[in-house]
Design a protein around this ligand. Structure first.
Ligand SMILES: Nc1ncnc2c1ncn2[C@@H]1O[C@H](COP(=O)(O)OP(=O)(O)O)[C@@H](O)[C@H]1O
Ligand SMILES: Cc1cn([C@H]2C[C@H](O)[C@@H](COP(=O)(O)O)O2)c(=O)[nH]c1=O
Ligand SMILES: [Zn+2]
Length: 191
C-alpha cells in the first residue's frame, strides 16, 4: 500500500502521520501491528507507545483482540513520547483516543523531524461522538484509514461501538462484556 513505506525526498526520510481509526473490534490494533512489523522487517528503529490508562491485556504490550502483540512503552502524557531515542525512525501509538489534547502537536513535531508516525484509535465514543484528540489527528494526517468491524446484530460493516451496560462515563475500559460493534442502523435503533 502507498502508506506502508516511508516517504523519501532528496534521498532523506520525510516524516508523516498515518491514522488508523474505527470502532472496537475493527482491526485497528492489528493494522497498527502489521505496519510496525513491516517497519521492523525493513530494519527501521521503531518505538511504540500507549496511554498508561489502558492495561487491559498487558502492562506494556500493545495486544489485539486476537492476541497479536508488540512491546510498547506506557506513558502518562503525550509529551513523554518526545523523549524517545535519537535514532527513532518510526513511532507507533495505540489507543490514541485516551491521550491528552497535546497529542496532535506532539505527532506534528515528530513528523517534522522526519519520523513516520502511525496512530491508532477509536474515532467515536459509545455515544457516537468524536473521541478525544482523534478528530484533530485525522485533520493533520497525510493518510487516514477507517476500518470496520462486523455488526454483531446484522453482519453489515460496523463503525460504532455500542455499550451494552448502563454507564455514562466516557472512559470505561472493557471488551465484549460491555461493548459490541454495530452498523449505523443497529446502533441508532438501540434494541
Ligand atoms: N464483530 C467483530 N468484527 C470484526 N472482528 C471481530 C469481531 N469480534 C471479534 N473480532 C476479532 O477482533 C479482531 C480485531 O482486533 P483488534 O485489531 O484488536 O481490533 P481493534 O483494535 O479495532 O479493537 C479481528 O481480527 C477478529 O478476530
Ligand atoms: C467506545 C468506548 C470504548 N472505551 C474503551 C473500551 C476499550 O477498553 C477501549 C477501546 O479498545 P479497542 O482496542 O478499540 O477495542 O476503549 C471507552 O473507554 N469509552 C468508549 O466510549
Ligand atoms: Zn447492523
Amino acid at each position: 500500500m502507498l502508506f506502508s513505506e516511508q516517504n523519501y525526498r532528496r534521498g532523506e526520510f520525510c516524516g508523516s502521520i498515518e491514522v488508523v481509526c474505527g470502532s472496537m473490534f475493527s482491526g485497528k490494533t492489528e493494522e497498527l501491528i502489521r505496519r510496525l512489523k513491516r517497519a521492523q522487517i525493513a530494519k527501521l528503529n521503531v518505538e511504540i507507545f500507549k496511554p498508561r490508562t489502558d492495561i487491559r491485556y498487558d502492562e506494556s504490550a500493545v495486544v489485539s483482540h486476537n492476541a497479536n502483540a508488540v512491546q510498547s512503552t506506557p506513558v502518562d502524557h503525550s509529551s513523554a513520547i518526545l523523549l524517545l531515542g535519537a535514532n527513532t525512525q518510526v513511532v507507533g501509538i495505540d489507543e490514541a483516543q485516551f491521550f491528552d489534547d497535546d497529542l496532535p502537536e506532539v505527532c506534528n513535531k515528530l513528523a517534522n523531524k522526519g519520523i513516520r508516525v502511525i496512530v491508532a484509535g477509536l474515532d467515536m465514543d459509545f455515544s457516537g461522538k468524536p473521541f478525544g484528540p482523534m478528530p484533530a489527528l485525522m485533520a493533520i494526517a497525510e493518510h487516514v484509514t477507517k476500518v470496520n468491524a462486523v455488526c454483531v446484530r446484522c453482519g453489515s460493516p460496523a463503525m460504532y461501538s455500542y455499550r451494552t451496560i448502563t454507564n455514562d462515563a466516557k472512559i470505561l475500559l472493557g471488551e465484549k462484556e460491555s461493548y459490541e460493534p454495530r452498523c449505523r442502523c443497529c446502533f441508532y435503533s438501540k434494541d
